[in-house]
Design a protein around this ligand. Structure first.
Ligand SMILES: NC(=O)c1ccc[n+]([C@@H]2O[C@H](COP(=O)([O-])OP(=O)(O)OC[C@H]3O[C@@H](n4cnc5c(N)ncnc54)[C@H](OP(=O)(O)O)[C@@H]3O)[C@@H](O)[C@H]2O)c1
Length: 305
């Protein structure tokens, strides 16, 4: 359609469904990332706790059944808000959490990756979310400033696989990892998703996405809208104007078109932004528009010294 809005049914309204490999967990491809619900700097309580509850309830009412979180958001705050807003949880809701960091009183991010840390983290998540078992836990490797860093993650993945055998975790994923680390983890246990930094302008993982798609493994980009530095591009704005959409909607629609194993978890603390983001799943991008948008990353590469 000329305005880019496609005919939708309840099946496709949120981008269609995806089943995590080897699991009975099926989610809409358009989900929600809860990190923005904590206070400034992802630390402490939000300014408006009722607004945070309203965002979560609106997401679920709209059909979202994939929520990304962590007990180190706040810390504890985001999970407690999820519980307050949504417990008892709808049966189809899949809550994905992550381990690997802790937040001391100074608000810094410290790694928490010993088997004892990981076990304590699982129990913190269970308690704060009000669950007996966690659907999916991502091991979040700390990495370097700009992305993942090579190095063995076998000890951590083995510890989490043990907790899975105990029944505290249903399935495992990885975050902020390299292709070699994914392969290393897969030699230890089944991996159902990978959550790394990726968006229109940051495409280091293009090859990894293809590889995971061949295996049916979900790729879940964090910072899909640019995170703390929202995406800005004249090409993106021009495409959005032409389609009668917002730049953020086009950025999300591009990700949904990029590969069928991509699941979205855009973060927002605002009901208005949430509605705008969910509506992005109804945007259809023509091949020539996709090619134009693909040029954004190339421009960024050319601009790098
Ligand atoms: N594994 C990891 O290491 C890792 C790292 C970071 C994030 N995550 C996960 O990934 C999720 C997504 O990442 P993110 O939340 O950091 O970044 P993001 O989704 O790329 O962007 C969120 C930012 O964009 C703003 N925003 C959202 N929708 C908007 C809209 N329609 N128009 C204008 N601004 C909009 C939000 O502000 P408002 O609140 O004002 O809308 C917020 O500042 C997180 O929520 C978290 O669950 C994982």
């Amino acid at each position: 359609m000329s305005n880019g809005i496609s005919n939708t049914t309840s099946e496709t309204k949120l981008g269609g469904r995806f089943t995590f490999p080897g699991t009975s967990l099926t989610v809409q491809r358009m989900g929600y990332g809860a990190m923005q619900l904590a206070g400034p700097g992802v630390f402490g309580p939000p300014k408006d706790p009722e607004a945070a509850v309203a965002v979560l309830r609106e997401a679920v009412a709209a059909g979202v059944n994939h929520i990304d979180t962590s007990d180190f958001y706040g810390p504890h705050v985001t999970n407690q808000i999820i519980r307050q807003a949504l417990h008892p949880y709808p049966t189809e809701l899949v809550i994905v959490t992550k381990l690997g960091a802790r937040r001391p009183a100074d608000g810094s991010w410290q790694s928490a990756i010993s088997p004892e840390d990981l076990t304590a983290g699982v129990h913190d998540n269970l308690r704060n979310l009000g669950l007996d078992a966690l659907d999916i836990v991502n091991y979040r490797a700390m990495g370097a400033i700009h992305g993942p860093k090579e190095g063995s993650i076998a000890e951590q993945v083995t510890a989490l696989a043990d907790l899975r055998r105990e029944g505290l975790i249903r399935h495992l994923g990885l975050s902020n990892v390299t292709a070699a680390q994914v392969a290393e983890a897969q030699a230890i246990t089944d991996i159902v998703c990978v959550q790394n930094h990726y968006n229109l302008a940051h495409r280091d993982d293009d090859a990894l996405i293809e590889d995971l798609a061949r295996q049916g493994i979900a790729y879940v980009p964090f910072f899909p809208l640019g995170g703390f530095t929202p995406l800005q591009s004249s090409t993106l704005s021009a495409v959005a104007d032409r389609l009668g959409a917002t730049p953020m909607q086009v950025a999300l629609a591009w990700l949904l078109h990029r590969s069928s194993n991509i699941l979205l978890i855009p973060g927002t603390s605002s009901v208005a932004h949430l509605r705008e983001n969910l509506a992005a799943a109804q945007l259809t991008l023509a091949p020539e528009t996709l090619a134009e948008l693909d040029g954004i990353a190339a421009e960024g590469m050319a601009a790098k010294p």
